[in-house]
Design a protein around this ligand. Structure first.
Ligand code: CUK
Ligand code: CUA
Length: 638
């Protein structure tokens, strides 16, 4: 076994080397004019799909159009964003509060759109922060991050954030197992002492507010990825695991010794019932819950103190392990909910489990031992089939709704199309290079929209003009309407997209919010009429209540400020036209500019250090008199 593993790992290295050799446009992609026509969106015309791509280590979410590959927006989520002042303005700083303090960055991997009856409903999109475990909810009306909840007892929040069929829960699983509760102990005593947690976070159907309903306390494996059951398997959730050896170091020799790791199958409905009947144990746990209120344009943080935990052994029949070769990564469920696909990243074949067979094996109590009291099912009893892919390093699978599945292969750098049920390979196309996730709009729901698959590649190399040592990652869009896939186009992405979620444009565009109404602005420092604009001093704090409209600030010239003061600019944008923000920047400002949307109030703090007369101005070219949007602050000695 070890030899095979070393062989695969060295191939992994080779894929990276080979990537540099891919030259000669003949094999490198789409060259014909029909491909160009398929991605061409003429000036003034609009794309057919929105694609929301995770930003990876940028901590944000980017919005693209498909098929054009044009980037429309970067939505700040876990990272401060100077472009709009997110995470810098007084109103948005609370969004980035955690039990570790202010954490203005994260690593965002898996966006997932809210669903009703297993179909995309376009209300919200959720995404995980991996590093300091958090889940965010973003409104698909305003495209603003509205809520972030921290996940306690978790570390490397990776098997997240996937949504159950009616958005009952957004689910977050731990990648790293850790001591729970955290404590000082030797790392090499990992085995049997570290634990993993799988968090079921309820989503209030009206406002989308999140609340940790329960955390399932699991053995100390790594919980890598997950997906909900749907259709027949609705009520279950599936998680891939690796390091079921519980090695405390994952240098190659120690990990991947087991021939098979597991997919953990969790009957969350059963646990929900247990919890609703008073089951579970409240455990002290500190975590932040941050909510942005659209009426006040302001976020607030609540520190929570405890979380409800559930020991799987207390709920018999709720958790089972399905043996799955070989360090599985992706965990995907087909649109019918019948097939659970585990992609062993150190395996060439794909393992497909059958939900019906799993239920039959559970009912027949046909177990093959247990791990920490959790029954292990027999591999043969739950196996639906194997795809002899011929590829290497399978990672992730999406579905077209026509009975086909598409799996990415990192090492052999390709997308393989195969048929559900017969397991035969239908087509394969190279990616440039070393693809991670892929996305078909709606491709992880009961109703995929088909048409395109987007491959998100890890290595860019020669695809674009060189930009020094660092290249943006590259995405590729393929037409999947025919039997064979056709590569249409490459486009650069931002940060490192892992997963993405796509949705027909018509489901979002018509309900996209165009302005915030000034008469609905409930910000406590809002200036709803320029006559209310004023300067108020309170000790060494100065509050400037300012309004702005093309093409001036009220007030504009401000005197009476002293070195050592803390000056709050509360600025309300009085415009009521779509897409007319005003900006605000003042010399020496060490936070960020503000970008204030029509009807909105935002606040920036400035602590003047030097005596003088200092200008401020609007940073967004808003009218012919934009350059006239200015003012001065006179700063006198303390
Ligand atoms: S992971 Cu990145 S390629 Cu975080 Cu979903 Cu598999
Ligand atoms: Cu307001 Cu430029």
């Amino acid at each position: 076994m070890k030899n095979v593993k070393y062989h695969l790992l060295s191939l992994l290295g080779m894929a990276v080397l080979l990537a540099g050799c891919g030259n000669g446009s003949g094999s490198n992609g789409a060259l014909n004019s029909s491909a160009a026509e398929k991605v061409y969106v003429a000036p003034g015309e609009q794309d057919e799909f929105y694609a929301f791509m995770s930003g990876g280590y940028s901590g944000n979410l980017t919005v693209y159009g498909l098929p054009s590959g044009r980037m429309f927006k970067e939505i700040p989520v876990f990272s401060q964003f100077p472009t709009s002042g997110y995470g810098y303005s007084e109103e948005t700083k609370p969004m980035l509060e955690t039990s570790f303090g202010f954490v203005p960055w994260d690593d965002a991997h898996h966006p997932d759109i809210s669903q009703t009856n297993g179909e995309l409903d376009g209300r919200w999109i959720f995404i995980n922060g991996n590093n300091t475990p958090r889940i965010a909810r973003i409104s698909l009306t305003t495209f603003e991050t509205e809520e972030i909840i921290e996940v306690p007892n978790s570390a490397g929040n990776h098997s997240s954030s996937f949504i159950t069929e009616n958005t009952e829960y957004v689910v977050a699983g731990t990648r790293f197992s850790v001591p729970i509760p955290q404590r000082d102990m030797p790392i090499n005593e990992y085995e049997g002492n570290f634990r993993g947690s799988l968090s079921f976070i309820s989503v209030d159907p009206e406002h989308g507010h999140m609340d940790i309903k329960f955390q399932l306390m699991m053995p100390g494996f790594n919980y890598d990825l997950s997906h909900p059951g749907r259709g027949d398997s609705h009520g279950w959730f599936f998680f891939t695991t690796y390091n079921t050896e519980e090695a405390s170091t994952l240098q190659e020799v120690n990990s991947s010794q087991n021939d098979k790791d597991f997919i953990a199958a969790v009957n969350w409905k059963k646990i929900e019932e247990y919890v609703n009947n008073g089951g579970g144990t409240l455990m002290p746990a500190e975590y932040a819950h941050n909510i942005y209120d659209e009426a006040t344009h302001t976020a607030t943080t609540t520190m929570k103190k405890e979380v409800l935990t559930v020991d799987p052994l207390q709920v018999p029949g709720a958790v089972f392990f399905l043996p799955t070769p070989k360090s599985p990564h992706g965990c995907d469920v087909d649109p019918t909910g019948q097939y659970i696909i585990g992609n062993g990243k150190l395996s060439a074949d794909l393992t497909i489990h059958s939900f019906d067979k799993m239920i039959a094996a559970i009912e027949g109590e046909k177990f093959d031992g247990e791990a920490y009291g959790i029954p292990i099912l027999k591999f043969e009893d739950v196996l639906a089939g194997t795809v002899k892919s011929g590829g290497l390093g399978p990672l992730h699978t999406e579905f077209d709704g026509e009975g086909n599945a598409y799996t990415t292969f990192f090492i052999s750098s390709e997308v393989v199309k195969w048929k559900l049920g017969t397991w035969e390979v239908i087509d394969r196309k190279p990616t440039f290079y070393s693809v991670g996730h892929l996305m078909i709009p709606g491709g992880n729901s009961r109703k995929p929209f088909g048409k395109y698959v987007v491959a998100m590649n890890k290595i860019t190399k020669d695809r674009y003009l060189p930009t020094g040592p660092e290249m943006e990652h590259s995405a590729q869009i393929y037409d999947i309407t025919g039997e064979k896939m056709e590569l249409l186009y490459d486009f650069p992405t931002h940060g490192e997209p892992h997963y993405a979620a796509g949705i027909p444009a018509e489901m979002l565009a018509s309900k996209s919010k165009k302005i915030y109404r000034l008469d609905e602005n409930k910000h406590p420092a809002a200036v709803l009429d320029p006559s209310q604009a004023r300067v108020e001093r309170d000790g060494n704090e100065v509050h400037i209540y300012m309004s702005t409209i093309r093409s001036h600030f009220t007030p504009d010239n401000i005197e009476g400020i002293k070195v050592g003061d803390k000056v709050y600019f509360h600025i309300t944008n009085h415009e009521q036209d779509f897409d007319v923000p005003h900006g605000f920047a003042i010399i020496g400002q060490n936070t960020s500019e503000l970008l204030i949307m029509p009807g909105q109030t935002k606040t920036s703090v400035w602590e003047p250090k030097k005596v003088g007369v200092w200008p401020f101005y609007c940073t967004d070219f808003c009218s012919a008199l934009h350059q006239e949007m200015q003012g001065y602050v006179r700063v006198s000695p303390a």
